[in-house]
Design a protein around this ligand. Structure first.
Ligand code: AMP
Length: 454
């Protein structure tokens, strides 16, 4: 199937040609004709499936056809997204896909100047991509209204609920016209999302590309059983290439459960000469953007993220996802590893599992189709750990199955300093592994002894 069989206009097809897309993804094949018909849509799809184009391409054509004027202090299509990063990406996609259609696209997100947002929305726009909080701020200030919305899109709806946006969504739903097209996308389909869909969608068509908790086939998944206080040492061995893991390491995304945990990992890596950035809710927008840009350009190819910060971010080229701590919600595991193997590429996911995380592992195995190949720890690993010093374990969280609340994830900080400082080492610190030397797992007695002596 090709895009021109899906009923898209020439300007949109030209924009796709410029982007280099020749074949629609499965969600695009299913969703585009339905959205073009004007149907409401419930889409079950994760990021990485091409869902942004699935709702944006036909909507651009619907907007072109309805040909209404840009409304003063309002918009014709409103896309709500849970995070600033996702909103930014969707807005960029809208600009790319609508490049030939002459539509005006704006985006507003929290953490930036409200005054600037007020100014840029004054004359209205065709497509507005927004996070719910900032949108309501501007509505409350009478700087914007939703009276002209023809198409409403709720993207990553499950994440919006997890982030506590339900009241904001309810308010927004009351402010948009009754007569509108509504498209709702979610990676998972818990009851809360079914309820949301029941309230906001009218006779929706449903499309789904993967069952809620299915990991992509192209992701190889590995497991390392390691004590909590040995994880930092293991991570350093992996990143420095002294412990070779499968797959060519290019850009590595590491998941930590808490913001402080993420910062601690970055700090300890930098003490060992391994450059890394962290993204999480305490980082300012410019800090996040810089971290993402440095990751994308591979200037700093190691990024440590929390679930909330990383959700929905499209970072092309992630070769490895490392679960430094296992998530306490199985679906979160699927989201995490879905950051690799994007756009048809292969990917590697490695889980570091400590004794007290076995229950999480069991839950992941039971509730998703994840199959792990177990890797051995490096030889003489204990000696290496002695050289690095133990790390403080992340705080335990209650086990949950669905709808992780960010409160427990990002906010729950672990306190305390490392128990022992790494002794001074002679020689230069090693550079991170991506692109560096790689050896077989467990096959490095000599180098491990060396590391242990440090
Ligand atoms: P999304 O799921 O919308 O975040 O898209 C994931 C990635 O796939 C993005 O980098 C898109 O630019 C890319 N993409 C979307 N549709 C296609 C397509 N039909 N062919 C190639 N790449 C695509």
């Amino acid at each position: 199937m090709s895009f021109d069989q899906l009923g898209l206009s020439q300007p949109v097809l030209q924009a796709l040609e410029l982007k280099g897309y020749d074949t629609p993804t499965p969600i695009q094949e299913q969703a585009i004709p339905l959205v073009r018909e004007g149907r409401d849509l419930l889409g079950i799809a994760q990021t990485g499936t091409g869902k942004t184009a699935a709702f944006m391409l036909p909507s651009i054509d619907n907007l072109r056809e309805s040909d209404n004027r840009i409304p003063f202090k309002s918009c014709r299509m409103l896309v709500l997204a849970p995070t600033r990063e996702l909103a930014g990406q969707i807005a960029q996609s809208a600009k790319d896909y609508g490049a030939m259609a002459g539509l005006k696209v704006q985006s507003i997100v929290g953490g930036t100047s409200v005054g600037k947002d007020r100014n840029k929305l004054h004359r209205g726009c065709d497509i507005l991509v927004a996070t719910p909080g900032r949108l309501l701020d501007l509505i409350d200030q009478k700087a914007f209204n939703l009276g002209s919305v023809e198409i409403l899109v709720l993207d990553e709806a499950d994440q919006m609920l997890d982030l506590g946006f339900i009241h904001a969504l309810r308010r927004i739903a009351q402010l948009v016209p009754q007569e509108r097209q509504t498209l709702l996308f979610s990676a998972t389909m818990p009851k809360s999302i079914r309820d949301l869909a029941g309230n906001y969608l009218t006779n929706p068509a449903q499309v789904s590309v993967t069952p809620a908790a299915t990991t992509a086939e192209r992701i190889e998944q590995y497991l390392l059983m390691v004590q909590q206080d040995e994880k930092q040492a293991l991570l350093e061995l992996v990143l420095s290439g002294r412990y070779e893991v499968p797959g060519k390491m290019d850009r590595v995304l590491i998941f930590a459960r808490t913001k402080h945990g993420a910062d601690r990992i970055v700090k300890k890596l930098s003490q060992r000469g391994i450059a890394a950035n962290a993204i999480h809710g305490n980082k300012s927008q410019p800090q996040r953007q810089r971290a993402l840009a440095e990751f994308k350009s591979a200037k700093v190819p190691v990024l440590v993220a929390t679930d909330v910060a990383a959700r929905g971010i499209d970072i092309p080229g992630v070769s490895h996802v490392i679960n430094y701590e296992l998530p306490n919600v199985p679906e979160q595991y699927v989201h995490r590893i879905g950051r690799t193997a994007r756009a048809g590429k292969d990917g590697v996911a490695i889980a570091f599992c400590a004794e007290d995380e076995r229950a999480y592992l069991k839950d992941i195995r039971k509730n998703t189709d994840a199959e792990f190949e177990r890797l051995p720890l490096p030889e003489n690993f204990r000696a290496v750990v002695e050289g690095v010093g133990p790390t403080k374990p992340a705080p335990r969280q209650p086990q949950k199955r669905v709808n992780p609340k960010p409160k427990g994830g990002e906010g729950a900080a672990s306190s305390g300093k490392p128990k022992r400082k790494h002794p001074n080492r002679a020689g230069k610190p090693r550079k991170p592994g991506p692109g560096g030397p790689r050896r077989k797992p467990g096959g490095g007695q000599r180098r491990n002894r060396q590391a242990g002596n440090r």
